[in-house]
Design a protein around this ligand. Structure first.
Ligand SMILES: [Ca+2]
Ligand SMILES: [Ca+2]
Ligand SMILES: [Ca+2]
Ligand SMILES: [Ca+2]
Length: 288
């Protein structure tokens, strides 16, 4: 409320009014006789922080004189806004096997208020709260334990930003990135097969039973030793086994021992050319 009585002269005929269009877009009204300015509607500092008004004091003479006065109305902030996240779902990535306390992401909400009314406190409200921690002031999220991609590849925590009594929640989805930390897994095996009506099967007769828990890894297969007469051929990329098409009837009923080498070759550029190898022993019998 602003009182323009100081502009009242000895002439009791003085009236007050806003200059045309200078009433803050209808936000204020002025009492024409008392000069008291009042708020005419709800004001929101976050929408309009200050108003520049112009009012006149007009005397009652035949040729009225009017004196303009500039009025600056500044709105004081009240804490009437919750913090705002840029998105209700935020995504982050971190490689597996990082030690605890490793940086993941900085969460930043914005509070439309000002000063203390815009101070934000962060906390982990829900979700995988045992695996991550958040700094209540900075919003920095760190790991609490080493994370294993093969055990769990995606975590979710609900982060709460509080400007008491207001708060807002957002979900942070943390994707664990796979690194090459597993050997290929394989078992010894037997390949027993028969020929068909005097000739050897010319299709795939089996596959080396190996896989790698690192889903992004790619295995390569080769026969390291044994299989002296090259009775069997192993496809280097699929591990599929076929009989050498050059075999003759004299090669029947032989026991063939061989060792297959299975290499996990990591193909992500960041991992360089690190290779893991495993050996696999097998017995095979060519027979009718
Ligand atoms: Ca406010
Ligand atoms: Ca606030
Ligand atoms: Ca792992
Ligand atoms: Ca892995």
């Amino acid at each position: 409320m602003v009182n323009l009585l100081n502009y009242r002269g000895i002439n009791s005929q003085i009236t007050y009014r806003f200059a045309s269009g200078q009433d803050g877009d209808g936000a204020f009204v002025i009492d024409d006789s008392a000069g008291i300015i009042r708020v005419a509607k709800n004001l929101d500092r976050e929408s309009v922080a200050e108003y520049h008004l112009v009012a006149f004091a007009v005397d009652g003479g035949e040729d009225p004189n009017q004196t303009p006065v500039d009025i600056l109305v500044q709105l004081q902030d009240q804490n009437d806004n919750a913090p705002v996240f840029p998105s209700s779902e935020i995504h982050a990535e971190i490689e597996e096997n990082q030690s605890d306390g490793e940086y993941v992401i900085t969460i930043q909400a914005v509070d439309p208020d000002e000063g203390l009314n815009a101070h934000i406190i962060y906390n982990l409200q829900d979700g995988d709260t045992n695996s991550f921690a958040i700094d209540s002031r900075s919003g920095v999220i760190t790991t609490s334990i080493p994370l294993d991609y093969e055990e769990k590849s995606e975590y979710r925590v609900k982060v709460r930003a509080t400007s008491s009594p207001f708060f807002k929640d957002a979900t942070v989805v943390i994707h664990i990135l796979d690194v090459n930390d597993n050997w290929p897994i394989l078992e010894n095996f037997d390949v027993i097969f028969n020929n068909y009506q005097g000739h050897f099967e010319d299709g795939v007769i089996g596959r080396v039973p190996a896989y790698d828990p690192d889903i992004n890894d790619v295995l390569e297969y080769s026969i390291l030793n044994g299989n002296q007469n090259s009775h069997l051929l192993v496809n280097s990329s699929t591990g599929q086994i076929v009989i050498n098409p050059t075999l003759t009837i004299s090669d029947l009923n032989q026991r063939i021992s061989f060792v297959v080498e299975v290499s996990g070759k990591w193909r992500r550029a960041l991992q360089g050319s690190e290779t893991q190898e495993k050996l696999l022993e097998s017995d095979s019998i060519l027979q009718f």
